[in-house]
Write a protein that binds this ligand. Structure first.
Ligand code: AMP
Length: 302
């Protein structure tokens, strides 16, 4: 596996592969890899001649009070896992490569909130997917999807993949990326892979590592609430309001878990739906202590 740390190096490798007629699949990650990430790598492996993965903890998608500094980092282990999966190219840039910093204090910062963050990018151009970036996680985490869309656009330009693989785990992110690709006519196929779960139903996440054993047990309430709603929908309940009420009620039983949102929305627009017969995304986010977890389930159209 070739490790590229600069954009030029990465682009040279991927252009060489594509010139040789190879189809290039790309899996962007923030590292701390688990089976969810590896499922994307395997899907990319199946569908591509050459697989590129990236490991980059993107500072611009973290809010000033979020977990950027303590986000789990395990580069050596991640590199071994990717090598074992047969990944040919690993893009692992430093923050300065993706967001060159101003020398001293003179450089422009894009806005006040970013000035508080641990990076001060000399970056004036941002990708904002209007109408989507402020829904679900975007509402709870202002600026998050601007950071995500911007870094994914930058990664796409560094890697120039034919296809990129994302997890349904981050359902709002999927909607944002799909819309960005469509609106900007990017020549990348977006492939979305199912949520990989622990045996007891908890969606795999790098942030699960933050949970103590009591929180780990309580975290099952996310999955339990989704299953309750899915069962009700399968039994014929179409009313999104009633389904949401039921989902929220499950959280009331687990007092120490703070619900951030429990919503039923259109998976493409992320707008609330009144009833679920056309298919719907049931999405939940909740805090266990300071750890924020998300999960979701897609209800098929009836
Ligand atoms: P992250 O490292 O958290 O940025 O995630 C990188 C990619 O892995 C994203 O496309 C996520 O949606 C995906 N991913 C994370 N957890 C899971 C999971 N449990 N199942 C499937 N995909 C996942």
């Amino acid at each position: 596996m070739k490790i590229c740390t600069t954009i030029d190096e990465m682009r040279n490798e991927s252009r060489a592969a594509r010139r040789a007629g190879k189809r290039l699949g790309f899996v962007p990650t923030m590292g701390a890899l688990h089976e969810g990430h590896l499922s994307l790598v395997r899907a990319a492996r199946e569908a591509s001649d050459v697989v590129a993965a990236s490991i980059f903890v993107n500072p611009t998608q973290f809010g000033p009070t979020e977990d950027l500094a303590k986000y789990p980092r395990s580069f050596d282990r991640d590199r071994e896992l990717l090598e074992r999966e047969g990944v040919e190219l690993l893009f692992a840039p430093a923050v300065e490569e993706m967001y060159p910093t101003a020398n001293g204090s003179g450089g422009p910062t894009p806005d006040q909130s970013l000035a508080d963050r641990s990076v001060r990018p000399t970056q004036n151009t941002w990708v904002t997917v209007e109408g989507l970036s402020d829904k679900l996680d975007g509402r709870s985490r202002p600026g998050h999807f601007r950071g995500v869309a911007t870094v994914v656009a930058k990664l796409f330009h560094a890697v120039e993949p034919d296809a990129a693989f994302f997890g349904q785990k981050d359902a709002a992110q999927v909607a944002v990326i799909r819309r960005m690709v469509r609106d900007l006519n990017l020549a990348v196929e977006i492939v979305v892979c199912p949520i990989v779960r622990e045996a007891d139903g908890l969606a795999m996440s790098s942030r699960n590592a933050y949970l103590d054993s009591d929180q780990r047990k309580r975290a099952l309430v996310l999955h339990r609430s989704l299953m309750r709603v899915q069962d009700l929908a399968q039994a014929g309940e179409r009313d999104a309001g009633k389904l949401m009420y039921t989902g929220r009620e499950v959280f009331a039983e687990e007092g120490s878990v703070r619900l951030d949102y429990f919503e039923i929305v259109d998976p493409d627009t992320l707008d609330p739906v009144a009833e679920v017969s056309g298919g719907a995304l049931v999405a939940v986010a909740a805090f266990l202590g300071s750890t924020r977890l998300i999960d979701n389930v897609l209800l098929p159209s009836a």
